[in-house]
Ligand binder design. Structure first.
Ligand code: ADP
Length: 486
């Protein structure tokens, strides 16, 4: 037993004090005596006892009350109660308070020594456990603080802009990259203020408006000096939203260069193709051609026709992507669908396809570019006809819901393999299961997607391999500000 252990005796009966003194100093413990509450307090302040024993008759004070106070102030200090009578009631109360143990009169030296020693050992074990727990908790907390500090440093230094908003759209955090992007040079001017006040950029406003209905909207933020940021809004539970932004100016420049190049090349190709087709058409008029020559002429015509379609599609895509179609007018989408079907009816009957048309009577007019919307329908319905085998079924549904029209074009054709689905709207992409002999450039859906984007709409496809595909287009009934009615 280490000599430094100090037992503080808090009672005033001289005889009992002597008995305890004898018993404890023999072990040996240091013994300190407090004969009243004031002396007890002073002893507790000036020394660090390993254990306190409080007598039931402690200078007229209530021993239970004193013990309760001690347990509360020093939770790891073992407190023993010395009872002059064997009262189960008091023992129960003492245990409830948190006293380590009770000693009863008549007292024996052995009993005193054992009880004190056991209480100290028990307290040591609890103390060790508490220390270990405190150490472990402190280490965990320190680790967490380190992680948070690292996270802070990362957010401060990454090249991507990060803005965190609370649920009322006030700025909680705006990192240096985001501040630089919006020309905010001071750190503290933005925090706590509404984002619409600090960053009144229309593209950012659109992105945040979209986040009300769409869980993860994505938008481009364009600045007057030509910079373009790709921005995404992500909801953060119990906080608000995070807006992350990446500078994609150089990608946009590359895309523009590529589009200019494709546009120029396509344009330059169109004239010679028209000339080839014209002269090939003239061949059988300038002299007799035999059957084999006629077949060759037909093949040349087919090939030139596919190249012409490809070149035309590329030119169209270039025009749509360049955003030349800002003029919009009120369009009856149901009427446009009927016109498109009139043109395609020959193909429908050639393939003996069954067509289901669900066009409600009362579809409101929508703001849009009629030529482009027709092109979108031609491509989507054309694909359904092209890919659905003979005798298959095509269903076209149109409905208006709130402020939008929803168009669904379904077929029971071959479907699209899951690996191809994410790429289906990319330029020149054709799925791996395109049936043999079914021609195409892989540009149709890219054109459709650009048209839908230009109308601030959304398009997606649901497809089951071997069962069929459904292309869904959602278009706002009314155009966003900026587009004009012709
Ligand atoms: P393509 O000129 O090849 O038809 P699109 O861009 O119109 O090009 O379509 C891209 C690809 O998407 C097609 O090659 C085809 O694999 C797939 N696809 C489009 N529509 C359908 C459909 N209704 N059923 C099955 N596959 C389709």
């Amino acid at each position: 037993m280490p000599k430094s252990d100090l037992v503080l005796l808090a009672f005033d009966d001289e005889q009992i004090l002597q008995l305890f003194d004898r018993a404890l100093t023999a072990v040996p413990y240091h013994v300190a005596i407090a004969r009243d509450s004031a002396a007890l307090n002073q002893a507790l302040q000036e020394s660090s006892p390993t254990l306190v024993i409080i007598g039931q008759n402690f200078n007229g004070a209530d021993a239970l009350e004193i013990a309760a106070g001690l347990v509360e102030r020093f939770p790891t200090l073992p407190v023993l109660l010395l009872l002059l009578e064997d009262s189960p009631e008091i023992v129960k109360k003492a245990i409830h308070i948190g006293v380590s143990d009770c000693l009863h009169a008549p007292l024996h030296i052995d009993e005193i020594m054992n009880t004190v020693e056991n209480s100290i050992k028990r307290a040591d074990r609890i103390g060790d456990w508490t220390r270990r727990e405190v150490k472990r908790t402190t280490a965990t907390l320190q680790k967490r603080v380190d992680e948070l500090q690292k996270l802070d440093i990362i957010v401060e230094h990454i090249e991507d802009g990060v803005i965190i908003l609370d649920e009322q759209s006030n700025i909680l955090l705006i990192n240096p990259a985001a501040r630089r992007a919006f020309g905010l040079w001071q750190d503290d001017v933005a925090k706590g203020k509404p984002v619409s006040e600090v960053l009144p950029h229309p593209d950012l406003k659109i992105l945040l408006n979209e986040s009300i209905n769409n869980p993860m909207p994505h938008n481009e933020i364009t600045f007057e000096d030509g910079r373009v940021l790709s921005a995404q809004c992500t909801p953060i539970p119990q906080i608000g939203v995070a807006i992350t932004m990446q500078d994609i100016t150089y990608l946009k420049q590359i895309d523009r260069l590529k589009n200019d190049f494709v546009h120029t090349v396509s344009h330059d190709l169109r004239s010679p193709l028209t000339a080839i087709l014209g002269y090939v058409d003239l061949l059988d008029r300038v002299g007799p051609v035999n059957n084999q020559q006629r077949e060759f002429i037909q093949r040349v015509q087919n090939s030139v026709q596919s190249i012409t379609t490809l070149v035309n599609d590329l030119l169209e895509l270039g025009r749509i992507e360049a955003g030349f179609d800002t003029q919009k007018e009120l369009v009856h989408l149901d009427g446009t669908i009927r016109y498109a079907l009139e043109t395609l009816s020959g193909q429908v009957s050639d393939k003996k396809l069954i067509l289901h048309l669900n066009l409600p009577m009362e579809i409101p007019q929508m703001g849009g570019n009629p030529i482009r919307l027709r092109q979108m329908l031609d491509n989507l319905i054309g694909n359904a006809i092209k890919y659905t085998p003979e005798g298959g079924e095509i269903t076209i549904d149109l409905e208006a819901q709130n402020d939008q029209v929803i168009l669904r074009i379904s077929d029971n054709g071959p479907g699209i393999p899951p690996v191809d689905l994410p790429h289906i709207f990319e330029k020149f992409y054709r799925a791996s299961n395109v049936p043999k002999g079914v021609g195409g450039s892989g540009l149709g859906l890219a054109i459709v997607k650009s048209i839908v984007d230009n109308h601030q709409g959304r398009i997606w496809v649901d497809s089951l391999l071997g069962k069929g595909s459904t292309f869904t287009v959602v278009l706002p009934l009314y155009m966003l500000a900026g587009a004009q009615l012709a």
